[in-house]
Design a protein around this ligand. Sequence first.
Ligand SMILES: [Mn+2]
Length: 416
Amino acid sequence: MIENIIGSKSKIAVIKALFMQDKEKGSTIRKLAITSNTPYSVAYRDITHFIEENFVKVKKDGANKIVSFNKDHRLYPKISTLLSKDDDDKEEQETKPKKMFKHKNGLIIVHHNADPDAIGSAIALARGFDQSNLKCEIFAPGGLSSQSKRLLEKYPYPIAKKIKEYPKLVFILDTSSPEQLNGAKIPKDCKTIIIDHHRPGKLADMADMKIIDPSAHSTAILVYDMLISAGIQITAEIAFFLMAAIVADTGYFRLIDRRDINTIQKLIELVDLDDVFASLSTRIDYDEKVARLTGMQKIEAYKIKDKIIVFSKVNSFESRVAKHMITSFADIAIIENINKNSVRISARARKYLEDTVDLSLILKGIGKDINGNGGGHRTAASANGSDTGNMEIVKDKIKKYLESVLNGRIKQLPQY
Ligand SMILES: [Mn+2]
């Protein structure tokens, strides 16, 4: 329709380019030619025509001619409305993401003590879905890790701790077993979609749809691929959360593959990596320091050949304590956290043992012994259950398993 008023295609391109420029300051003809992708001579001819019609004003700035709209022209209001409307139409056609779900509302659930990968993937997904008219609330039934909380200082996002009514569409992120959901019960009539990079656990059997890829180093990388294939625009905010998730789950880029590198390369254009690192930098809070200290004080240490294996007990932060121990002196750490009615066991092994031990396998079995579930990765696994009375059996089982895979006798180290 705009053609009827203005005339030719090149004129429309030029006038649109002028419309996109700073409306007060105006623009040079050369700049208009470049932004409208029109040859200079054509842009010059069209602008001259507009000047003759008094639709465009010209003023001199040194050697340059600066052109701008004559806002007093009787057609200006009409054309300006048309141009902005035309732009919107075009934007809608070109950049509106594919509608992936018929639902209008959804929920994204993440595992207890949600880490940057869980929460970063969740927010990126929610923000991405915003663009396709699917509103998602994020639910962290077991709270957030301290690092995740700091990510939210940069881009705040509401995270629900309780859900009254579940929508019919539920995404479960970075989580493989129902025990990690801290008792959250997803109604049977919900459509559930798992996006995860852990080995498929019990949740995978129950899900309606799954994007599970244990070869991916983070859930964020799966979310990124999903958003891109849906035509969703990666904003600075989305990029920040995805990058934080990737940085965290690759151990600050220590464990990256080609796929990670490709994604990082795209995201780095949109985020300041220093911001991401600053948000992830660990300040250990007092409670965790106490948990680490308690963990050290209660250590039972063993050796198999030259490997040091430790068992210990804490009241919180069992996975952080286990990780701390394998980064400082132990080869394998198994930390239990026993409360009145529940037990959580976190096991970690140094990366070099990846081909030798499979903690996810042994913890899966132990999950059954403690009337619960277990699983994870080969060098980082956990089990949760409600039977707190079997810990000696559990320990013996782990010791026997380690003796068999490490091919040696286990000996307790003396305590001083
Ligand atoms: Mn993860």
